[in-house]
Design a protein around this ligand. Structure first.
Ligand SMILES: NC(=O)C1=CN([C@@H]2O[C@H](COP(=O)(O)OP(=O)(O)OC[C@H]3O[C@@H](n4cnc5c(N)ncnc54)[C@H](OP(=O)(O)O)[C@@H]3O)[C@@H](O)[C@H]2O)C=CC1
Ligand SMILES: O=C(O)CCC(=O)C(=O)O
Length: 421
């Protein structure tokens, strides 16, 4: 892994491939299956014309990558961002395959993205973009084929538009085609908070593993979107002290702990975390290198690289975001004995509750929020211990253990089905 160039280091697809190759080698994976699982099955690129509010026409590029359907339908979010690229979506689709396998739910992996800036678009423009993106993908999506969900820049309204467009084409309401929908359209209770809740469960398990307790445990969270804000909320409710929040447009620090409920209310009103009176303003990139017990990157990829990994001063790194740490940074953090809870385990709470949503939609029978949360907590804590056990048995770090566990499960199914005949 040390031979990677800086360009490869920050390319999410190369980062995914480096971990995959390393884990596959450790598993002594059959060469043929290795080749099958190393590449996505299908990569779709579309150019989407959208009538803008000012009367002009814009053309947006979108992707849907389906990595593997060995264990079930493709599953994974759709990202709206100006920086999204095919390599990023490829990596995210592969991570979905491994993530679903780590938590042992019956899905493969897929991911979508559209190059656009949702913050600069009106609701009408976003709706037209989403509907045409869905229409272009119509034959590739479906409850038994590929089931999208929200990711950065998309939300439950986006999912409602996808569900409606798909249903119009099918001439009937098909709510199981997406998850992360509004509850009254067949969304699952608990889905909105599920990723952050799941992050908090694996933090609890890590503390037990290391002989620590939530009281007195200091946490810094990067990102205060869906994952970051809900992670902070659940950890604060459990007694952890959230001392820092690092957002794109500025950070906050309070050694005594930030009142997360008050910050959430402030952000709702002001549209930003900056200007919050209950903490000092702080530089976001410096904040993630401040001493803390747990650092939780919950914003985007490549925030921990060879350039800053040696400066981190956390005991635990819990990856709420997908791909926040590069392979070279992994090695540096390994030398520093940082306990890493890898993304494909740590943030799997979202897709796990998406699985519950898909199950409920197909049954037409909906669970209460405590029922959903209890099932989620059970899967997250069991999966944490599965990964730790794998890491001990095979004498590898937690990330490689999670990849090995996942690859082993997907390889087994691929082979058993004979998906190469
Ligand atoms: N939503 C889900 O259920 C799941 C999401 N994930 C992953 O979690 C991560 C976050 O997703 P999600 O919370 O849904 O996305 P959101 O769009 O809801 O939130 C992302 C947040 O990160 C902030 N941000 C972006 N770049 C930076 C940066 N460089 N430094 C600090 N903050 C930054 C954004 O700020 P601003 O608004 O100012 O741009 C925003 O608040 C992604 O990696 C995603 O793939 C993983 C599993 C499930
Ligand atoms: O909920 C889902 O189906 C997928 C969530 C997602 O995109 C992710 O886990 O990265």
């Amino acid at each position: 892994m040390q031979t990677l160039t800086l360009e490869q280091e920050t390319n999410p697809w190369e980062a995914q491939a480096a971990r995959f190759d390393f884990a596959a080698k450790k598993l002594n994976l059959d060469q043929g299956i290795w080749k099958v699982l190393r590449q996505p099955t299908r990569e779709i690129i579309i150019h989407i014309p959208v009538g803008m509010d000012d009367g002009s026409i814009e053309v947006f590029t979108g992707y849907r990558v389906q990595h593997s359907a060995a264990r079930g339908p493709g599953k994974g979010g759709i990202r709206y961002s100006p920086d999204v690229s095919l390599d990023e979506v490829r990596a995210l689709a592969s991570w979905m395959t491994w993530k679903c396998a780590v938590v042992n739910i019956p899905f493969g992996g897929a991911k979508g993205g559209v190059i656009c800036d949702p913050k600069k678009m009106s609701q009408g423009e976003l709706e037209r973009l989403t509907r045409r993106y869905t229409a272009e993908l119509i034959e590739f999506l479906g409850p038994e084929k590929d089931v999208p969900a929200p990711d950065m820049g998309t939300d439950e309204q986006t999912m409602a538009w996808i569900m409606d467009t798909y249903s119009m084409h099918m001439r009937q309401t098909v709510n199981a085609v997406v998850t992360g929908k509004p509850v009254n359209l067949g969304g699952s209770r608990g889905r909105k908070e599920a990723t952050g809740r799941g992050v908090s469960v694996v933090c609890d398990e890590a503390l037990k593993q290391l002989g620590m307790s939530p009281q007195g445990t200091k946490v810094i969270v990067q990102g205060f979107g869906n994952v970051g804000s809900n992670t902070a909320k659940h950890l604060a409710e459990k007694g952890y002290t959230i001392i820092g929040i690092a957002e794109y447009d500025g950070g906050l620090f309070n050694a005594k702990g930030i009142d997360i409920a008050a910050l959430t209310a402030h952000r709702k009103e002001a549209g930003t975390i900056t200007g919050f009176r209950g903490a000092e303003a702080a530089n976001s990139s410096e904040l993630i290198t401040q001493p803390c017990d747990i650092l939780i990157p919950a914003a985007m990829e490549n925030v921990i690289t060879s350039r800053n990994a040696d400066k981190l001063r956390c005991r635990i790194l819990c990856e709420g975001a997908n791909g926040p740490t590069t392979p070279i940074a992994d090695e540096i953090l390994g030398d520093k004995r940082v306990f890493i809870i890898p993304d494909i385990l740590a943030n799997a709470g979202g897709v796990t509750t998406s699985y519950f949503e898909w199950v409920q939609d197909r049954m037409g029978y909906f669970w209460t929020e405590p029922e959903v949360n209890q099932r989620l907590d059970h899967i997250m804590s069991t999966s944490f211990h599965d990964v730790i056990a794998y890491s001990k048995t095979h004498n590898v770090n937690n990330r490689i253990a999670a990849y090995m566990l996942a690859i082993d499960r997907v390889a087994y199914t691929t082979k058993q089905r004979g998906m190469y005949a």
